[in-house]
Design a protein around this ligand. Structure first.
Ligand code: F0G
Length: 458
């Protein structure tokens, strides 16, 4: 028999979780104005709000914290991190930042101006926020297959080359600072981008003289899928695949809270020295001196080790198998999800799950609140609330898909927790016909409203 996967680590420290009653949860979520971000974490049993900064570090990382160098300038831990990033990405220049959106702020300050357009595959919300904040636009060029949740496609994060070329043809070159490839594509379901597509985007962009950057938050998970699903990549190591992926780019922004396997941190990595110099000024203004940029020495030291661990095959195998386990269980139960299952999360198709809740009443948010009330599980809405209002018309934007994302923190929960989540969702699925009312917004911020939005039952 083929041996099943098992975690390539054992547990050295545990943290208790609190359980609650349905009455308590009903009361807490109402007091939180039906916004899951407003809940205190001890009121949550299984927290699948995000896989960002919520993972467990290894003993090697904890050791690195202790021996790190906290010097303001020229820290040894900065050099260790720079070497680690260079080894994995090939990019020679590094600017640490306190997290991913700070890396976006630094890089986009150097590159994006008013009226620009930035094509890419479903930009993450902070990325889009940083582009729109500069009065520029993010243009989604993801392949159409990504929006059909039932349709199986090995690389639903891919960029549609025709859509991309259309952007290149219809805008002057100086209005397109770069094309952004997000690996994996969070918004479409943690879906990977193939090496073939990355290469093709690079070639097309080169013809039009447009640089290519990566949002590398989940680059290692992307490399794993490339190894699994692309025939001529299967014999390469994850580290070799990463180097090849990044060889097709001019630089990257990184949220180290994902595939850096740390709780906080980010960086910009670049190939070009001139751009590095330009971006350095923004690092100094917004983040800190260029050899720490918003990170402590110990955080940089733990990240250097985390990047190495995240690009080991046995780690990725167990990580992604756990996400697949939850996804496959839901599919078995007939629950509609984005297929195939992505790298960091299971995306439940709320439009299919709750057909009796109108889009104006936010089905994915409604499902998120139901799941919390059912079992103390916290997911996150990836739908119309997150999509925000159109900056010009101020109308609600209704994206093609409306997901409840269940993001799995790395090395944190057990497979029993996954089964607990699956059963809780099945209980709601069995009574889905009775759920006909959703929520309406009572208060919202002008940009990135999902974090602080207040709602009430419709
Ligand atoms: N890019 C991607 C693809 C992301 O998923 C995130 C964060 C960021 C950039 C921003 O990084 O949080 O370190 O500032 N995603 C988290 C999530 C918040 O829950 O998906 P950050």
């Amino acid at each position: 028999m083929k041996l099943p996967y098992a975690e390539p680590y054992k547990i050295k420290m545990v943290e208790p979780l609190t359980q609650s009653t349905a009455e308590q949860r009903q009361d807490w979520i109402a007091k939180a104005n039906f916004n899951l971000f407003n809940l205190e974490s001890h009121k949550v049993f299984v927290d699948l709000l995000t896989d960002s900064g919520t993972g467990a570090m290894s003993d090697r990382q904890w050791s690195a914290l202790m021996s790190a160098d906290e010097s303001y300038a020229g820290s040894r831990s900065f050099h260790d991190l720079k070497n680690a990033v260079n080894k994995i990405t090939g990019f020679p220049f590094l600017l640490p930042t306190h997290q991913g959106r700070a890396a976006e702020n630094v890089l986009f300050s150097a590159l994006v101006k008013e009226h620009d357009v930035v094509p890419g595959n479903s930009h993450f919300d902070t990325t889009k926020g940083h582009i729109e904040f500069r009065k520029a636009s993010a243009i989604d060029c993801t392949i159409e297959q990504a929006f059909k949740t039932e349709l199986e496609h090995p690389f639903k994060g891919n960029i549609d080359l025709e859509k991309l070329e259309e952007v290149y043809k219809t805008h002057p070159k100086d209005q397109i600072p770069f094309c952004l490839i997000t690996v994996t594509c969070n918004t479409s379901g943690g879906q990977p981008v193939s090496m073939e597509n990355i290469k093709a985007v690079r070639e097309l962009s080169k013809r039009y003289g447009i640089p290519v950057f990566f949002d590398g938050a989940r680059f290692a998970e992307n490399a794993y899928f490339i190894k699994q699903r692309e025939a001529n990549e299967k014999d390469k190591s994850i580290k070799t695949i990463c180097l090849e992926m990044f060889s097709y780019g001019d630089g990257m922004t990184m949220s180290s809270k994902k595939d850096g396997l740390v709780n906080i941190g980010g960086f910009v990595a670049l190939r070009d020295e001139q751009l590095f110099k330009k971006a350095s000024t923004f690092t100094i203004i917004y983040e800190g001196f260029i050899t720490y940029g918003g990170m402590s020495g110990r955080d940089m030291a733990a990240l250097a080790v985390g990047l190495d661990e995240a690009t080991e095959l046995n780690y990725l195998e167990s990580r992604i198998s756990q996400v697949q386990l939850l996804g496959e269980r839901l599919i078995e139960m007939g629950i509609p999800v984005q297929k195939p299952i992505g790298g960091h999360a299971v995306f439940v198709d709320a439009l299919k799950f709750l057909p009796n809740v109108s889009r104006e009443e936010f089905p994915a948010q409604t499902l998120g609140v139901e799941l919390y009330k059912e079992a103390g599980i916290r997911g996150v809405e990836i739908g119309a609330i997150l999509a925000d209002r159109d900056p010009q018309t101020r109308e609600n934007r209704f994206p093609q898909t409306e997901f409840l994302r269940l993001a799995i923190p790395r090395r944190t929960y057990t497979d029993n927790h996954m089964e607990y989540v699956a059963i809780a969702l099945k209980n709601i699925f069995d009574r889905r016909e009775e759920i006909t009312k959703g929520y309406e917004i009572t208060e919202e911020a002008p940009i990135m409203r999902h974090f602080t939005v207040k709602m009430k039952p419709a």
